[in-house]
Design a protein around this ligand. Structure first.
Ligand SMILES: [Fe+2]
Ligand SMILES: [Fe+2]
Length: 164
C-alpha cells in the first residue's frame, strides 16, 4: 500500500534534496524516510557480533526514529495538523528494506558519505525555513546525521575494516 503523495518517485530523497524549502507534504515523506533509516540500521546491526559496533548502529537507528518525531513536530508547527506515521508495513519505503545485510566496508563507506550529505541537506532546509522553531528542528536532525557518520567510522575501526 502506498501512502506517498502523488508525484513522488521511489527515490524520494533525491527529490527532497532538490528542494531548498520543505512543504508539509515534503516533511511527511521525510518522516517516512527517517523511519526507513531506523529499520535499515537495525537490519545492519543484526549481523554484527561485536557488541560495541552493534550498539553504535542501533543507537543510530534509534536516533533516526527520533528524527521522524522531530519532523512530525515540524509538520504540526507548519500546518497546525497532526500527522500520524504509517505503520512500518504500510510505509512505502519499506519495500526497499533488505531482510539481511552484511556490515562490510562498502556499506560503511556509503553510510559515512550519505550521513554527511544528509547533514548538509538538512542545513540547507534549515537555512531556508522561515519558521525559526521548524528550522531549529531541522538543524538538530542534521547535526545528528553527521554524528551517525562518525559512529559508522567507529564501527569500521572496531570491525577492523580498511576505509574505501
Ligand atoms: Fe535521520
Ligand atoms: Fe542518520
Amino acid at each position: 500500500m502506498s501512502v506517498l503523495p502523488a508525484g513522488f518517485p521511489e527515490q524520494a530523497f533525491d527529490v527532497l534534496k532538490t528542494r531548498t524549502q520543505l512543504s508539509v507534504e515534503d516533511l511527511q515523506v521525510l518522516a517516512m524516510i527517517e523511519c526507513f533509516g531506523e529499520a535499515f540500521y537495525f537490519v545492519l546491526a543484526k549481523n554484527v557480533s561485536n557488541p560495541a559496533a552493534k550498539s553504535l548502529l542501533e543507537r543510530n537507528g534509534q536516533e533516526e526514529r527520533g528524527h521522524a518525531h522531530r519532523v512530525l513536530k515540524a509538520i504540526k508547527l507548519k500546518s497546525g495538523q497532526d500527522y500520524t506515521l504509517p505503520a512500518n508495513q504500510d510505509n512505502p519505503f519499506f519495500r526497499f528494506l533488505p531482510t539481511e545485510l552484511s556490515c562490510d566496508a562498502n556499506i560503511i563507506g556509503s553510510l559515512e558519505a550519505g550521513e554527511a550529505d544528509g547533514d548538509l541537506t538538512y542545513q540547507v532546509w534549515a537555512d531556508n525555513e522561515p519558521d525559526a522553531a521548524v528550522s531549529n528542528l531541522l538543524r538538530q536532525n542534521g547535526r545528528e546525521e553527521s554524528r551517525h557518520g562518525q559512529r559508522a567510522t567507529e564501527v569500521r575501526k572496531l570491525l577492523g575494516m580498511v576505509a574505501i
